[in-house]
Design a protein around this ligand. Structure first.
Ligand SMILES: N[C@@H](CCC(=O)N[C@@H](CS)C(=O)NCC(=O)O)C(=O)O
Length: 208
């Protein structure tokens, strides 16, 4: 088995997921900034030219960070990062989708419409980037209202993949750079609690 990995937000999701479960997987680092995801060899692994990619021992390929996480959750259920039982699993899915389809999508669009790296991939628009940043700020205020019930983690009482997707949001903010407003005290409390988790802290240090 081999995980194609890089210091990017979606690869971070799989990296943290594996670390939280204590799973070691052989890795091959891909240099995204030097075009490592755009070579014919890489495009043969993932025609979208994106990381992470998991190659199994029999040559099967999995892409999409959540699909890769789901594969490892089935092989190594503890600790449960995708929830346990019908209600919790659905709630974790609900919150992971909300984190990905709203917050990660908004801040990811800001990055894609701002960084030179994406100029040949995206028809960039500074106006769209600004609109997505306004959308992101509204979503953060919504998240703050959601977390005002005092729950420690995004989906409830325990750390799950929804928090890991939140970490990817934080990583994009760091790259931009964008600070989360300290006036959003509930989001801040959550941010402080996940930034100190070892897998995230160490990855962000080595990406710097
Ligand atoms: N939906 C995919 C998104 C993967 C993705 O966008 N990966 C980015 C890094 S965060 C990438 O590899 N970009 C390389 C490129 O655009 O060349 C997932 O969840 O894995």
């Amino acid at each position: 088995m081999k995980l194609y990995d890089a210091m990017t937000p979606n690869s971070l999701r799989v990296h943290v997921f594996l670390s939280e479960k204590g799973i070691q997987v052989p890795r091959q680092q891909v240099d995204v900034l030097k075009g490592g995801t755009r070579t014919p060899a890489f495009l043969a692994l993932n025609s979208l030219g994106e990381l992470p990619v998991l190659e199994l021992d029999d040559g099967k390929i999995l892409t999409e960070s959540v699909a890769i996480c789901r594969y490892f959750e089935a092989l190594h259920p503890a600790p449960r990062l995708l929830g346990e039982g019908a209600y919790e699993q659905a709630r974790v899915e609900m919150w992971n989708r909300r984190m990905e389809l709203y917050l990660f999508d908004a801040i990811g669009a800001v990055a894609q419409h701002s960084f030179d790296f994406f100029a040949d991939k995206v028809e960039q628009s500074p106006d769209y980037a600004a609109a997505q940043m306004r959308r992101f700020d509204k979503l953060l205020a919504w998240l703050d209202r959601e977390l005002s019930d005092g729950r420690p983690f995004i989906a409830g009482e325990r750390f799950t993949i929804a928090d890991i997707t939140g970490m990817a949001v934080l990583m994009v903010c760091d790259l931009l750079p964008k600070r989360l407003p300290s006036s959003l005290s509930h989001v801040k409390r959550w941010e402080d609690s996940v930034r100190i988790r070892p897998a995230f802290a160490e990855r962000v240090r080595s990406a710097a």
